[in-house]
Design a protein around this ligand. Sequence first.
Ligand SMILES: *[C@@H]1O[C@H](CO)[C@@H](O)[C@H](O)[C@H]1NC(C)=O
Ligand SMILES: *[C@@H]1O[C@H](CO)[C@@H](O)[C@H](O)[C@H]1NC(C)=O
Ligand SMILES: *[C@@H]1O[C@H](CO)[C@@H](O)[C@H](O)[C@H]1NC(C)=O
Ligand SMILES: *[C@@H]1O[C@H](CO)[C@@H](O)[C@H](O)[C@H]1NC(C)=O
Ligand SMILES: *[C@@H]1O[C@H](CO)[C@@H](O)[C@H](O)[C@H]1NC(C)=O
Ligand SMILES: *[C@@H]1O[C@H](CO)[C@@H](O)[C@H](O)[C@H]1NC(C)=O
Ligand SMILES: *[C@@H]1O[C@H](CO)[C@@H](O)[C@H](O)[C@H]1NC(C)=O
Ligand SMILES: *[C@@H]1O[C@H](CO)[C@@H](O)[C@H](O)[C@H]1NC(C)=O
Ligand SMILES: *[C@@H]1O[C@H](CO)[C@@H](O)[C@H](O)[C@H]1NC(C)=O
Ligand SMILES: *[C@@H]1O[C@H](CO)[C@@H](O)[C@H](O)[C@H]1NC(C)=O
Ligand SMILES: *[C@@H]1O[C@H](CO)[C@@H](O)[C@H](O)[C@H]1NC(C)=O
Length: 377
Amino acid sequence: MWKNFRILLKALFMTVPILFLIFILATLVLNFGQQSKPETSIDEETYARVYTDNSTVDSMVYQVVSQNITESVVQLNTTKVLSKNNTTKVLVKNKTTTVVATHNNTNSTQIYEYSFSYLYVPVQVCSSNGTKSDPFLLFVVKSDVYNMANRMAIRNTWGASSNPGIKLVFLLGYLPVMKPFIQKESNMYKDIIQLNFIDNYHNNTIKTIMGFTWVATHCRGANYIFFIDDDYIVNTKHIWNHLQSLYVAEKRSVFLGFVWKGARPQRNTKSKWYISRDDFKDNVWPPYASGGSLVLTVDIINKLLTQFKFMKPMFIDDVYLGIACKKLNISLIHESRFSVRYRPDKMNHLFSSHGFRSPMKLVEDWKKFHIKYDMVI
Ligand SMILES: *[C@@H]1O[C@H](CO)[C@@H](O)[C@H](O)[C@H]1NC(C)=O
Ligand SMILES: *[C@@H]1O[C@H](CO)[C@@H](O)[C@H](O)[C@H]1NC(C)=O
Ligand SMILES: *[C@@H]1O[C@H](CO)[C@@H](O)[C@H](O)[C@H]1NC(C)=O
Ligand SMILES: *[C@@H]1O[C@H](CO)[C@@H](O)[C@H](O)[C@H]1NC(C)=O
Ligand SMILES: *[C@@H]1O[C@H](CO)[C@@H](O)[C@H](O)[C@H]1NC(C)=O
Ligand SMILES: *[C@@H]1O[C@H](CO)[C@@H](O)[C@H](O)[C@H]1NC(C)=O
Ligand SMILES: *[C@@H]1O[C@H](CO)[C@@H](O)[C@H](O)[C@H]1NC(C)=O
Ligand SMILES: *[C@@H]1O[C@H](CO)[C@@H](O)[C@H](O)[C@H]1NC(C)=O
Ligand SMILES: *[C@@H]1O[C@H](CO)[C@@H](O)[C@H](O)[C@H]1NC(C)=O
Ligand SMILES: *[C@@H]1O[C@H](CO)[C@@H](O)[C@H](O)[C@H]1NC(C)=O
Ligand SMILES: *[C@@H]1O[C@H](CO)[C@@H](O)[C@H](O)[C@H]1NC(C)=O
């Protein structure tokens, strides 16, 4: 019995190294087989719609229409032009993927671009080049150019953080009558981004797009961007702590907001929010986040900016964002703590709350609650 066992052991000791050797050899052969494949195998099934107003294919933006690739808009590194007629096939690659893009030069894809000039930009808020000195949390307050008093109240209440990881800027359109006032305000506080489009409700989507553009070019090192309207109260400490916990949990690509699902477009021509079937044909909006208070990251902002080029502008900015997110398969995370109603008495629980009626009310409520509800950081 014992002898048999020893023979068995011996046999085992003999076979294990042989099996191991076979395994090594097999791995080598298989790996070799894989490496000998061309590194840039072209997936003929993968198509992209290409946009460029520029003959240098290097700088083109293209929209992937293949089902395989979830990231539907990417900017890729072009390596080779395969042919040059109206349906040019272009070999484009990023670091990991090679695809064949069909450059559709029939001019059928309408491209929407927005180029406005900055009249004022903030000073010493972001490093402009995406270095570590960009804030962890950047508040971009979409503000009506007239609402100087709201901005003053925000600067003196929830916007007055001494935490160097938090910065505050105001995003404004233009109105000639406000010109001298905005000049003074910008010189004084250096926290104004103003662009030369007319500031009114119908241009709200332009304001959002330009806010995204500014962040993507001047503050791309910031970790979380909080886009908020100028009639909100914020529990700065709560949102800071929440975003810190997301960051630690590696949730570094998010879009948070108060998300509406199943809402319907207004078809009554008398409504402020009337949308024709030409502008939006479905009966239900895609999920969208209330535009007055949302948090997102720079990678998502970049994707959205590319998508906007292919989207007809729509004045309802939150729905416009919802449509872009659906196209890009970006999931919106619902957060009921971005309250759409004004409940300063609930700020021990909420991140933000919408609709203080006057700036005085914000200051008053801040005085009443900011210590009680631990709102300052
Ligand atoms: C065309 O591409 C070049 C190189 O990327 C760029 O410098 C130039 O500004 C582009 N022109 C236009 C009109 O976009
Ligand atoms: C794309 O999807 C098709 C069908 O699902 C599949 O056959 C093909 O291999 C996929 N291509 C890539 C590059 O994943
Ligand atoms: C969209 O994203 C979800 C996860 O966020 C994923 O499960 C799903 O496969 C994606 N759909 C497409 C078409 O890429
Ligand atoms: C494209 O890739 C090549 C090498 O892979 C690199 O040298 C070049 O800088 C890249 N160009 C752009 C515009 O990213
Ligand atoms: C474009 O060029 C390719 C290859 O040169 C050719 O196969 C294709 O038929 C051409 N398409 C058109 C529309 O001319
Ligand atoms: C390519 O497009 C131009 C202008 O859009 C047109 O004049 C020309 O005939 C087209 N060529 C081909 C091969 O389709
Ligand atoms: C390259 O493209 C693939 C497919 O679109 C995408 O999954 C990947 O994230 C891209 N990589 C980079 C570095 O952009
Ligand atoms: C595409 O159409 C626009 C106007 O709709 C025109 O300005 C532009 O020159 C056209 N481009 C080409 C390549 O035909
Ligand atoms: C190119 O444009 C034509 C005209 O709109 C369209 O029928 C065709 O599907 C497009 N091709 C690609 C690959 O997008
Ligand atoms: C980025 O900006 C900071 C501050 O403006 C500057 O000190 C640094 O040299 C810049 N870095 C690069 C790579 O441009
Ligand atoms: C902004 O709104 C005004 C008034 O509705 C309009 O005339 C103007 O064209 C819009 N766009 C810009 C870029 O100012």
